[in-house]
Design a protein around this ligand. Structure first.
Ligand code: ATP
Length: 234
């Protein structure tokens, strides 16, 4: 097991947003967290990446308890995140945005840049364009590409399909699949449950800060209760 979230509780002031969430991610998997608005998906990812502290429970990564490790050290340890809302540096070029993703590393980055440009030809074409002038889908590509520049063992993705046209969503999802095929483990948070379940190996369903179901993604795709609640009843 590469990442283990053990019974975490997280508070925003007095509000308990996570009421004891446990999630496991094995090496090589794509795991997805699905659930309605406010279920706690983003908070779970933020707690894993160190952007939120936890009240109890623990996060174990690569055999080490990282619950109290600062976020930047988690990046060095191998947790990469493309955050919700993307967080692209608007006044920097595509190229410089990508280099920022590698700020924890030293040495020659050209092979890694080549790989990102191969995965995202659009970024290669636009390497001198300012991040802030890229389209929503392109900014999502840039956020993922930037996270890859840190050479993560686990890539944490928060709503990569948000606000994108269907064709762009397809494109982003097939790139995530390719990234996984090349060896990066993926933990994906998605509102687009249908697409996420088609892509993932396993999934967790979150409701109001707890895990109400976890199973192979195929199984959840065919689960009538999941279909009714999250797949538009289809
Ligand atoms: P969405 O898909 O809408 O982003 P989510 O499943 O990712 O939802 P979270 O964003 O993790 O859910 O939110 C979980 C709960 O924590 C919600 O009730 C939300 O209102 C609350 N919450 C999130 N961020 C904050 C914050 N900064 N301050 C106070 N409450 C917060």
């Amino acid at each position: 097991m590469l990442l283990e979230v053990k019974d975490i509780r997280v508070h925003y002031g007095k509000i308990e947003a996570l009421k004891g969430i446990s999630v496991e991610v094995n090496q090589g998997e794509i795991v997805t967290l699905i659930g309605a608005n406010g279920a706690g998906k983003t908070t779970t990812l933020k707690t894993i990446s160190g952007l939120r502290g936890l009240s109890s429970g623990s996060v174990i990564f690569d055999g080490q308890d990282i619950s109290k490790m600062p976020g930047h050290k988690r990046v060095i340890a191998g947790l990469g995140q493309a955050p919700e809302g993307r967080g692209v540096f608007p006044g920097m070029t595509v190229y410089d945005n990508l280099l920022m993703g590698a700020y924890t590393r030293s040495g020659d980055l050209s092979a890694d840049l080549d790989e990102v440009f191969e995965l995202f030809p659009r970024l290669a074409e636009r390497r001198t364009q300012m991040g802030g002038t890229m389209s929503g889908g392109e900014q999502q590509m840039l956020a993922i590409g930037r996270a890859l520049m840190a050479k993560p063992k686990v890539l944490l993705l928060d709503e990569p399909s948000m606000g994108l046209a269907p064709l762009m969503v397809q494109q982003i999802f097939s790139i995530i699949e390719e990234i996984n095929r090349r060896g990066t483990t993926v933990l994906l948070v998605e509102q687009n449950a249908q697409q996420a379940l088609k892509l993932a190996h396993r999934a967790y369903v979150l409701e109001t800060g707890t895990v109400v179901k976890s199973a192979d993604a195929d199984q959840l795709l065919n689960d009538p209760a999941v279909q009714a609640a999250y797949l538009g009843g289809s």
